[in-house]
Design a binder for this molecule. Structure first.
Ligand SMILES: C[S@@+](CC[C@H](N)C(=O)[O-])C[C@H]1O[C@@H](n2cnc3c(N)ncnc32)[C@H](O)[C@@H]1O
Length: 234
């Protein structure tokens, strides 16, 4: 154990390697994610993040040149993978947790990503920074539906961004933690459409992914949320 000063966080680097399994190529991508040895939510990679990152890896050709915003990024594995695949990435976490914003920056540094923007976005708050975001193509959220009291705030932010960017999509993974939790009524209230992406369609139905045993036995789902089709044409 490295004994550092009280203010210096202890960091451990985890490497994730994404490989092409279907096409007959050697293509792969390795990213290194610094985790802070601290039991707070945004300090380490959650199982949902590996699944979302695997989806991004399989969509890498579509990602090139797209503008991608990650919400509640924490240590930012999906956003880092998107940036490595050629997307213009904005990472965000709550302004109230500056340590998480520091983690976003540290993950960029660890992967030599110098053009990624890091900013504070609090779910449910329509701040000037949120209003001034550039045109977005994809919004990411890994394990942002983990506290039922925050579900509507997440969707308020997503609905606001999708109304500003009617053709954008919200790609999100969540962990099934309770059979009672549902976002269905909220999707209806905020006029959002939701489609499930089965894990087997992007090779993520495994307990080990990207060289990590993180998905483990957790039940993770991947969904794509968009505006209801009648609103897209507005
Ligand atoms: C369960 S962690 C997931 C972190 C990361 N996305 C992952 O999957 O590894 C939830 C993240 O959401 C952030 N968060 C929590 N409440 C938030 C809020 N009200 N607004 C913005 N971000 C928030 C936390 O700081 C944390 O980084």
């Amino acid at each position: 154990m490295d004994h550092k000063g009280a203010d210096t966080p202890s960091i451990a680097y985890k490497v994730f390697t994404f490989e092409e399994s279907k096409k007959n190529t050697q293509e792969s991508l390795s990213v290194s994610i610094p985790e802070v040895l601290d039991p707070q939510y945004g300090m380490y990679v959650w199982p949902c993040a590996v699944v979302l990152a695997q989806y991004l890896w399989t969509q890498r050709e579509e990602l090139r040149g797209k503008t991608v915003l990650e919400l509640g990024a924490g240590v930012s594995l999906p956003g880092v993978v998107a940036a490595k695949c050629g997307a213009k990435v904005i990472l965000s976490d709550s302004t109230k947790t500056p340590l998480c914003l520091e983690n976003c920056r540290r993950s960029c540094e660890a992967n030599s990503l110098h053009d990624v923007v890091v900013m504070g976005i609090i779910w449910g708050e329509i701040s000037p920074d949120l209003v001034l975001l550039p045109k977005l193509d994809i919004i990411l959220g890994s394990d942002v539906f983990y506290e039922p009291q925050d579900f509507e705030d997440v969707l308020v932010t997503v609905a606001f961004l999708l109304r500003k960017n009617p053709r954008a999509q919200f790609w999100t993974t969540y962990q099934e933690r309770s059979a009672d939790w549902s976002i269905e009524a909220l999707l209806y209230r905020w006029k959002l459409n939701c489609v499930e992406v089965p894990l087997e369609t992007f090779d993520a139905n495994k307990s080990e992914l990207a060289g990590s045993n993180l998905p483990g036995r957790h039940i993770i789902q991947m969904i794509v949320i968009t505006l209801k089709t009648e609103d897209v044409g507005l």
